[in-house]
Design a protein around this ligand. Sequence first.
Ligand code: HDE
Length: 683
Amino acid sequence: MREPYNESKNRKQEQLEKYKTNDKDKKLTTNQGLKVSKDEFSLKAGERGPTLMEDFHFREKMTHFDHERIPERIVHARGYSAHGEFQVYESMKEYTKADFLNDPSKKTPVFVRYSTVAGSKGSSETVRDVRGFATKFYTDEGNFDLVGNNIPVFFIQDAMKFPDLVHALKPEPHDGMPQAATAHDTFWDFIANNQESAHMVMWAMSDRAIPRSFRMMEGFGVHTFRLVNDKGQAHFVKFHWKPALGTHSLVWDEAQKLSGKDADFHRHDLAEAIDNGDYPEFELGVQVIKEDDEFMFDFDILDPTKIWPEEDVPVKIIGKLTLNRNVDNVFAENEQVAFHPGHVVPGIDFTNDPLLQVRLFSYTDTQLIRLGGPNFHELPINRPVCPFHNNQRDGYMRQTINTGQVSYHKNSLAGNTPEPAAESEGGYTHYQEKIEGRKVRARSESFKDHFSQAAMFWNSMSEPEKQHIIEAFSFELGKVKSKSVQQQVVDMFANVSLDLTRGFAEAIGAAPPQQGGSDVTKSSPALSQENTKKKPDTRKVGVIIGDHFNGEEVNGVLARLKAEGINPEIVSDTLNARKADNGSELEVDHTFLTGESVLFDAIYVVSGGKDESSAFTPDALYFVKEAFAHYKPIGATHSGKELLVEAGITNTPGVVTGEDLTTFTKDFTAAIAAHRHWDRQVV
Ligand code: HDE
């Protein structure tokens, strides 16, 4: 029997509470509960003598430590998570019987893990890579996992090639390099020899692969799934997450510098936003295609290298995800969480997408080795919030004490329980798709166009986005040593666009393609980040300040920025509070040493050094020049303007100066909302 949903509490949080423990103010004990008297010295035969085997306290402490690490995820090792809630806007009953999508008054607890794909667990977060966006919905009917990415297509069409893809993109086996990067020979050799990757590579070379924040990227279920309603009718569906703050990216130079300045940049950003009460929000969207329309498109809707252009199949927004709680323990939650695309609930089903089909095998298999056995569903983070009963027993680290004599089905001794549930009682029934065919190892003919949507992606980009793609190819292939691989990639992408390949062939010393190009003229405006939402909310502004600043003005600007949802942080050459001309003081958050320009979305320059007359430090000059080169908004008032003159920054797009408080803040806020000012001349 399902427990009734209680709206006043988040059932997952309540469940997790039972497992929490806090050691503060407690006596130190062994794992057997024995109080220990000393924890600094091992037991020795004499003060200067050898340690004794008898020292059970030392052995327990060291043995546990020796076994602290578990294997990292084979892909998506570097990740970070948060808890939250999901609520559907209106009942989706017409399409699906999934309970959590039927009741707009119901809040479903969720856990989301964001990740990079290629790098190790300790690698930097701002690398060029796909981002994982995996969501576990703890529904009343069991866990539903939407294990998606921030890119809507994939490199390959059949999961049989997944081990090859991952071997090619991971550090090369002979020297273990490079870490968390695809800028090397084996990755590009794989691409050139598996050309179904063309569309995904276009996305991976675009700004999408260097997101500004986990909070500012889209999420996609990638595969075509099925929604099934209570009449047994099915629709094809693709799932989307749309960020409330819009989709925004870093610039490549900034992303690389951030890798050193703050390798945790994205997790910092996520955790801080939640701590500040700036809860990240994403809307869930669905694209729905009727079963009868399966063959209406010029691509196969089961091909995971294809999108359904939003202009052709609109995204219907159906609900909202809010992330409102940080993890308490990264290992217990972020590391031990086990996602699986096969965790579905009644009303959500699979299709024959060959990538999805084999994912349904791989995820449980990988958890068995990573989490050490078949009982990982008992770990607190993985437990459903609804009861679960079956005849599975034993195995490493079993925690449940199953009482009773019977652990098999069918039985008479326990009245044939636990018993299967009828469909009307919530029993999952697989959609009865009609299947006919011969047993073959083959790629469907309908999966053979690899370049049309890659060309559509290119056509959809704004000029700055195109330039960034050219620069990304130039960088990545510039790191490739094999001339042959470089040329193969140029020749391959000539099928997407001659402008693109001519753009980077020269930079990598390859022959520009003589022929090729694409006939595709179609574009999809939804693909360009230029057309995304632009809001100032939660943007971080670095405020460069010295003593004797105009107190009234600066406090006025800061208050107005905060009222717009912007977060100013003070940067100076010391952490001592800075004094204004009117006697007021401002606490300093960072020095130039600890608060680099790459950590901010915009810069507000107020004043220079220790007194009114002193000039800006060279650090301040570097700070503002770097922000300018990253196309960031820069605001300056009064003596702050002198720094812009010193930096050679004149009246160009995104540079806002002025004395009138209200006008200045209004213009500066608009410049911040615009994200980056690509029309600026940067030399
Ligand atoms: Fe995954 N993938 N994948 N993947 N994937 C894993 O499972 C796999 C694919 C995705 O934060 C692994 O628990 C195969 C597409 C995310 O814990 C592994 C194929 C998409 C995460 C695995 C794919 C994803 C994973 C490694 C077929 C987007 C991180 C650790 C080609 C829809 C989940 C683990 C987390 C993780 C296999 C392709 C998303 C090995 C065989 C397409 C977000 O099981």
